[in-house]
Design a protein around this ligand. Structure first.
Ligand SMILES: Cc1cc2nc3c(=O)[nH]c(=O)nc-3n(C[C@H](O)[C@H](O)[C@H](O)COP(=O)(O)OP(=O)(O)OC[C@H]3O[C@@H](n4cnc5c(N)ncnc54)[C@H](O)[C@@H]3O)c2cc1C
Length: 318
């Protein structure tokens, strides 16, 4: 029986682990992908203490910090949560289950899918959601980047330095990105911008070979030869895991109060997965701090102990 199980190994999950450990809680972090969205970022230039740090170094430092405090870490995906009559939780991964007095949900955001034929079939076979991670596999190849926001513009810019040719396909007339970034992309010789157009299908045999693109003004469909496609159409909160335990807003973000509590006693949420605005590392880590301390307080109170002041000496000194 853990005091807390933290679902998610991104900045919020790591921070919750650190604070749980400092409260001497028996904690387990289970995450699908260590580092979370930081894996897709590049250099981080707005995390206090580091004027500039690579995403990989920051992940490594966070992980070392958590492990150094004795927090257990497991790689895996939680697909079910149950709450027993005794108030404790059971969480299920594919082959294992774990029990805890409290849960901290820190599952962040996941890339939005286009939901078109071929997308799932060619995922990892030329279809990618991360130019930073998979870009180097497409050196001197032809790729398409789909989307119209900052991530798509960034991906097109990254890929223009690696690939021979980049098609930037956007379903609207205008991009929703920083003006300077759009200008940069427009100036690149090997980027061809295709607006008012939607990718309708990804086609190939072993790997991606073509995409079907529909011009939504002329209704004309064309097939384009590409070796890869980068889908950058935003990120969503995939929160069905907690649908029976937490209220969610129209964006499917988990609604929490100022102590990161959900509507279920003992189940907390933190980071990008909550309704918090401005999805940033500092915000995710701050919220996770609250969630871990609130989980500690919840356990103490359910044992009849009086924990009025959470920020006591051990938070500052231990
Ligand atoms: C390209 C890019 C660049 C960015 N650059 C910056 C930047 O420069 N500065 C900045 O402050 N922020 C930046 N961000 C935002 C920042 O990465 C996020 O705010 C931060 O990662 C949120 O942390 P999190 O822990 O809440 O969620 P995430 O980082 O999304 O972590 C979620 C974790 O949960 C895991 N998970 C999901 N579902 C399950 C499940 N069912 N079971 C188990 N584990 C699960 C995931 O695998 C992951 O480990 C960037 C984001 C992107 C995409």
């Amino acid at each position: 029986m853990y005091d807390t199980i933290i679902i998610g190994a991104g900045p919020a999950g790591y921070t919750a682990g650190i604070y749980a450990a400092r409260r001497e809680m028996k904690a387990l972090i289970i995450g699908k992908e260590a580092g979370g969205q930081l894996v897709w970022a590049a250099d981080i230039e707005n995390y206090p203490g580091f004027k500039q740090i690579s995403n990989i170094d920051l992940i490594k430092k966070m992980e070392e910090h958590v492990k150094g405090l004795g927090v257990e870490m497991k790689s895996g995906e939680i697909n079910k949560i149950e709450k027993g009559k005794d108030g404790n939780f059971t969480v299920y991964a594919s082959k294992e289950k774990f029990e805890a007095k409290t849960i901290i949900v820190a599952i962040g955001l996941t890339p939005r899918r286009l939901a078109i034929p071929g997308e799932e079939e060619f995922s990892g076979k030329g279809t990618s959601y991360c130019a930073n991670c998979d870009g180097p596999f497409f050196r001197d190849k032809v790729v398409a980047v789909v989307g119209g926001g900052n991530s798509a513009i960034d991906a097109a810019e990254i890929m223009s330095k690696i690939a021979k040719k980049v098609y930037l396909v956007h379903r609207q007339e205008k991009f929703r990105a920083f003006a300077a970034a759009i200008k940069e992309v427009e100036s690149r010789d090997n980027i061809e911008i295709i607006t008012n157009s939607e990718v309708k299908e990804i086609i190939g045999s072993q790997f991606v070979e073509k995409i079907k693109v529909l011009n939504n003004k002329t209704n004309k469909e064309t097939e384009m030869d590409v070796n890869g496609i980068f889908i950058e159409v935003g990120r969503i909160a995939a929160t069905d895991l907690v649908k029976d335990f937490a209220d969610r807003n129209e964006k499917m973000e988990i609604l929490v109060d100022e102590k990161c509590k959900t509507k279920t006693n003992g189940l907390f949420a933190a980071g990008d997965v909550t309704q918090v605005p401005f999805k940033q590392i500092t915000i995710a880590t701050g919220q996770a701090t609250i969630a871990a301390l609130a989980a500690y307080q919840y356990i103490q109170e359910s044992q009849g102990k009086n924990v009025k002041v959470v920020m006591d000496r051990s938070v500052h000194k231990k």
